[in-house]
Write a protein that binds this ligand. Structure first.
Ligand SMILES: Cc1cc2nc3c(=O)[nH]c(=O)nc-3n(C[C@H](O)[C@H](O)[C@H](O)COP(=O)(O)O)c2cc1C
Ligand code: SF4
Length: 407
């Protein structure tokens, strides 16, 4: 197997995650001490110079976001870790939390110092009870050892709604309300949890922070592509020899991911398509596989890096059927707050069921294209905006598969 570059996962398998001393022996919590001896603004400049962009899907510049919260005036600020990990096929955050929970806690504590927050919450997926236990053990050990100077973290669990991964729905849920997205602006760095300035970052984003503080922003910025530097943890599922996870620089191409790291397609079968970024991502055909996985190069081909999930289909798969099942997922997960998504996801599923059942016509695919375009502009949050992408990408790149099913 091709060699990885483990930055976030550097302690994976090397430490006992339930022993803080193991983490400390690897140099853990030194970056936090270093950060606390820096001026908060300078610390943020260091994170900005790394050009670290959020690993939860939206790719926003992390240091920039921290600067907004740092500049906001308030009696209380919060650091929130998005550990909802609701995107099917994604488990990278679980790998980090299970194997190196202190890397996350340290990243959150550094953020707390940078923005002036003394309180942090980890919003963890309800389906991860074992992770909650590990996190709580790590938090207890950090507190007993007195590693946090003026910071305190609590774990809260979600109840299994995909939309609660959206940062404002997550905040609503943390406040004890129904998990529905809020109108933005104001954005959480100025008005977030209980109306106070709040940083919401993904687990992988936070876990990158200690090493950036340790080795410097310039070091980090030199890895991978300049516009989206560093590494990315990918989780590989579907028709692939190595159904596993690995961490690679962001200039790695999809072809390398599938054939070098993933070991290719099993059973001597041919490649058909790859869906990146989880269930809301587009399906990509063979001729686009030389695209680097970095955020912007993926956007250029109409795909997303998203959460880093990579789902491979071999030549025997019925891609129309797969897209139909995905549309069922979105119909189920739409929170119902806005009409374009509530009605749109249902109509996409109806049309896909019709086409998949051999009862559709060309006008149905044309209608899907139109509906999808309208949804991508008019839905209130990212869930509805992205919901049509898998279907539209299959219509675009795998027209022959649709034609074979149309009346
Ligand atoms: C429907 C939906 C689900 C999301 N789920 C997650 C999630 O599970 N984890 C995550 O970190 N971000 C998720 N996001 C993105 C968050 O809204 C937000 O951009 C992210 O937590 C910010 O952190 P980052 O800048 O470190 O990526 C989701 C967004 C949408 C629209
Ligand atoms: S787009 Fe969908 S998930 Fe988002 S607010 Fe509207 S109904 Fe809810």
């Amino acid at each position: 197997m091709a060699e990885e570059m483990r930055i976030v996962l550097r302690n994976y398998g090397k430490i006992n995650p339930l022993k803080i001393d193991d983490y400390i022996a690897q140099g853990g919590y030194k970056p936090y001490d270093k950060a606390c001896n820096m001026d908060a603004f300078e610390l943020i400049q260091e994170v900005k110079s790394a050009n670290l962009r959020g690993r939860g899907g939206a790719g926003f510049n992390c240091g920039q976001k921290w600067q907004f919260a740092h500049q906001a005036q308030a009696d209380q600020k919060y650091v929130v870790c998005n550990a909802d990990e609701g995107e099917p096929g994604t488990y990278k955050d679980r790998m980090i939390m299970e194997n190196d929970p202190h890397a996350l806690l340290e990243g959150m504590a550094i953020c707390g110092y940078a923005i002036g927050a003394t309180k942090g919450y980890i919003y963890c997926r309800g389906e991860y009870p074992q992770v909650v236990t590990i996190l709580n053990t790590a938090i207890d050990q950090a507190q007993e050892k007195g590693v946090f100077k003026n910071f305190d973290v609590e774990v809260r669990t979600g109840a299994g709604a995909y939309v609660c991964g959206e940062e404002t729905a997550l905040i609503e849920s943390l406040e004890g309300n129904r998990g529905e997205p809020r109108y933005k602006p104001p954005y959480p760095p100025s008005e977030g949890l209980w109306g106070k300035p709040t940083i919401v970052n993904n687990v992988e984003t936070f876990a990158n922070i200690p090493i950036i503080v340790e080795k410097g922003g310039d070091w980090y910025a030199s890895i991978g592509t300049p516009a989206y530097p560093g590494t990315k943890i990918l989780t590989l599922t579907g028709d692939i020899n190595n159904r596993t996870f690995f961490e690679v620089p962001t200039n790695t191409t999809l072809r390398e991911v599938i054939y070098k790291y993933g070991g290719g397609i099993p059973g001597g079968k041919k490649f058909k398509a790859v869906q990146t970024g989880g269930t809301s991502g587009a399906f990509i055909p063979e001729n686009l596989l030389d695209t680097p996985i970095a955020f912007d190069s993926m956007s250029e081909i109409g795909a997303v890096l998203g959460s880093g999930a990579v789902f491979v289909l071999d030549e025997t798969r019925d891609i129309v059927d797969v897209a139909c099942r995905i549309s069922k997922f979105f119909e189920h997960e739409s929170c119902g707050k806005c009409a374009p998504c509530r009605e749109g996801t249902m109509r996409i599923y109806d049309l896909m069921t019709k086409i998949n059942g051999g009862k559709g016509s060309k006008s149905d695919t044309a209608l899907l294209n139109k509906l999808g375009r309208v949804m991508s502009y008019s839905c209130f949050c990212g869930l509805g905006q992205a919901a049509p992408a898998p279907v539209l990408s299959t219509i675009k790149h795998f027209q022959a598969d649709y034609d074979a099913k149309l009346m």
